[in-house]
Design a protein around this ligand. Structure first.
Ligand code: ISE
Length: 339
């Protein structure tokens, strides 16, 4: 079977990483086309990949006869149009989060895919492919902790790019914890409240950071998340599950522990999400490529997962502004056959 010909749309940080991984670490696929709104960037990347062309218009790239499948790493605001084009051309697509930037369009994408009667969209919640999350999920599914009751999550970034506002903490960072909670607990989130403690005086002016999110699942289970995106320290993502028969934690970042400096001991903190989740991204893309090649098209989070996360984040942003707990407005999944 010949290699899957992939178009990578958007070759900024994430997209360029995906080009490099498909070209050097993934089997059964090659990057045939790249696109970016900065045309020179796409040209430059294409020049470094054998057999790859840059196509200036993302919709032309999707429609191209030499493209079998698409990776979307474009800005979220462009996803809706690009996802609908992938559905129209019947091309499987791996879409980096968010699915789209608002709940209505996310739901529309879910509906349109369901109407097709086959799944084509996978959403890039890469943590589900991380070894530690996989182990934790297997432990929960085996009943090893009894019924999981409480989830404590820590999400700390050393810094965020200029212009990253308080709502982006919810939509861009918390969204991963929302997916983790849904994945580990296997149920939807019913409500969310965001609390804004005194902000870090060393952080960007006006940024509500840290934030504490309190989520309640449909069956009443509790999830709390500390979001702190400007710590100046490192990338710290920890998850602890407390169940009826004990607890388990991942993300302790315990690599090498040194004890050879006078009076101190310690190790290293992972600097960023690409280092922390690099292997998870590789696994995610390899499994997606394998799924497209065997005709199942996706092997991971679905468009519904993208929509459900968007609905929780939308309620989260409302709570960020009001301070009150907000009920998540999610349509009944059964009302969309095939979703
Ligand atoms: C970033 O966009 C990511 O997706 C990272 O995984 C997350 O930890 C970070 O907070 C986001 O800004």
């Amino acid at each position: 079977m010949s290699d899957l010909r992939v178009a990578v749309l958007g070759v900024g940080l994430m997209g360029a990483d995906h080009v490099a991984r498909i070209t050097s670490r993934i089997s059964g696929a090659r990057v045939a086309v790249v696109n970016d709104y900065v045309a020179e960037k796409a040209e430059e990347i294409a020049a470094g990949v054998p057999g790859c062309r840059a196509i200036a218009d993302p919709l032309d790239a999707i429609a191209d006869a030499d493209v079998d499948a698409v990776v979307l790493a474009t800005p979220g605001s462009t996803h809706e149009k690009q996802l609908l084009a992938c559905l129209e051309h019947g091309k499987p697509v791996m879409c980096e989060k968010p699915l789209t930037t608002d709940v209505e369009t996310s739901l529309e994408v879910v509906r349109r895919e369901a109407e097709l009667g086959r799944r084509l969209i996978q959403v890039g919640f890469m943590r589900r492919f991380d070894d530690e999350y996989q182990h934790l999920k297997a432990l929960l599914d085996s009943g090893g902790l009894g019924r999981p009751l409480v989830l404590h999550c820590t999400h700390r970034n050393p810094a965020v790019p200029h212009g990253f506002g308080s709502a982006m903490v919810v939509r861009d960072s918390l969204v991963h914890e929302v997916d983790v909670a849904r994945f580990l607990l296997d149920e939807e989130i019913a409500s969310i409240q965001i609390i804004k403690p005194a902000p870090n005086p060393s952080g960007p002016q006006g940024l509500a950071d840290p934030q504490i999110a309190i989520l309640r699942t449909v069956s009443g289970r509790h999830v709390d998340v500390e979001l702190f995106v400007h710590t100046g320290v490192g990338y710290e993502v920890r998850t602890e599950v407390v169940g009826e028969k004990g607890s388990a934690m991942i993300g302790l970042d315990v690599g090498l522990v040194r004890r050879n400096a006078p009076g101190t001991w310690g190790g290293q903190i992972t600097p960023g999400f690409r280092e922390r989740f690099g292997r998870a991204y590789d696994t995610e893309i390899q499994r997606w490529v394998d799924a497209v090649r065997d005709g199942s098209n996706i092997d991971g989070p679905t468009a519904w997962d993208g929509y459900a996360a968007a609905a929780v984040c939308e309620a989260g942003v409302e709570s960020l502004n009001s301070g009150e707990a907000v009920i998540v407005d999610l349509v009944a999944r059964e009302s969309i056959p095939g979703a």
